[in-house]
Design a protein around this ligand. Structure first.
Ligand code: DX5
Ligand code: ZN
Length: 216
C-alpha cells in the first residue's frame, strides 16, 4: 500500500486532536512535522512543544523535517521531544556528515533534504549515514504550492543511487503531491509521499487519504 506522510502544517490547529484521530482512523503510519525557523525559510511554523504533545498522545512514526539553520544545535532536543526520523537540509548545515552521524547516535533515523535547486551530488558521500532522502518538490516554507516538474529527473537519479547502493534508504518527496501526480511519482520510485493540503483539504481527511492511496 502507498505510504502517505500527512503534513501537520495543513491541520486545524484549533482542533488538532480531532485531526490526529481521523488520521489514525485512515490508517496512516507516518506523520510529517514541518519545523520552520523564519531564517532558513521565510516562514515560522511550530516546534518542540507540539511534537512532544503529539508524541505523548499518538503512536505515529514522527517524521520531523527541520527547515532551520544549523539544525545541529537542536538534535538532542528533538530526540527528547520524541522524533523518530530527523531530516536536516543539506543547505542548512556545514558539517552534514557529522550532523547525520549524531542523529543516529542519539537513536533516531537520519534524513537529508535537498531543495529543488540543490544537486544530488553530495549524497554520494553520505550514503552510509542515511536512512531517508527527502526530495523537495517545492521551495520549502509553505504548504499548498505547485509541484515543480523539473524535480522528476532528480528523483529518478536518486532512486538509481539508492538501488545501486543496496542500502535500506527511504525515498520521500515533499511539496505539491496530490491525487493527480502521485501515481507518476510512485512509478519514478518514490517510497513515501508527504501530503499537506491534499490530505487535509475540506477537512475530509479519511476521504483524501483514501483518494491518495487509490488510483481511481
Ligand atoms: C513545505 C513543507 C511541506 C508542506 C507540504 O515547506 O515541507 O511538508 O507541508 O504541503 P503541500 O503538500 O500542501 O505542498
Ligand atoms: Zn516537509
Amino acid at each position: 500500500m502507498r505510504e502517505i506522510a500527512p503534513s501537520l502544517l495543513s491541520a486545524n490547529f484549533y482542533n488538532l486532536q480531532d485531526d490526529l484521530e481521523r488520521l489514525k482512523k485512515s490508517g496512516i503510519k507516518y506523520l510529517h512535522l514541518d519545523v520552520m525557523d523564519g531564517n532558513f525559510v521565510p516562514n515560522i511554523s511550530f516546534g518542540l512543544p507540539i511534537i512532544k504533545s503529539v508524541r505523548k498522545n499518538t503512536d505515529f512514526i514522527l517524521d520531523c523535517h527541520l527547515m532551520i539553520e544549523k539544525p545541529e544545535r537542536y538534535l538532542e532536543d528533538f530526540k527528547n521531544a520524541g522524533a523518530d526520523i530527523l531530516t536536516v537540509h543539506q543547505e542548512a548545515t556545514i558539517h552534514l556528515q557529522r550532523t547525520l552521524a549524531e542523529i543516529r547516535r542519539l537513536g533516531m533515523k537520519a534524513g537529508v533534504s535537498l531543495n529543488p535547486s540543490t544537486s544530488e551530488e553530495t549524497l554520494k558521500y553520505i550514503m552510509d549515514d542515511l536512512d531517508l532522502i527527502l526530495i523537495m518538490s517545492v521551495n520549502p516554507g509553505f504548504g499548498g504550492q505547485s509541484y515543480i516538474e523539473s524535480v522528476n529527473e532528480k528523483i529518478k537519479r536518486v532512486r538509481k543511487m539508492i538501488d545501486e547502493s543496496e542500502r535500506d534508504i527511504i525515498l520521500e518527496v515533499d511539496g505539491g503531491v496530490n491525487k493527480d501526480n502521485i501515481k507518476e511519482l510512485e512509478d519514478l520510485g518514490v517510497d513515501l509521499f508527504v501530503a499537506g493540503s491534499a490530505a487535509f483539504k475540506n477537512s475530509e481527511i479519511e476521504k483524501n487519504i483514501g483518494g491518495l492511496r487509490d488510483d481511481k
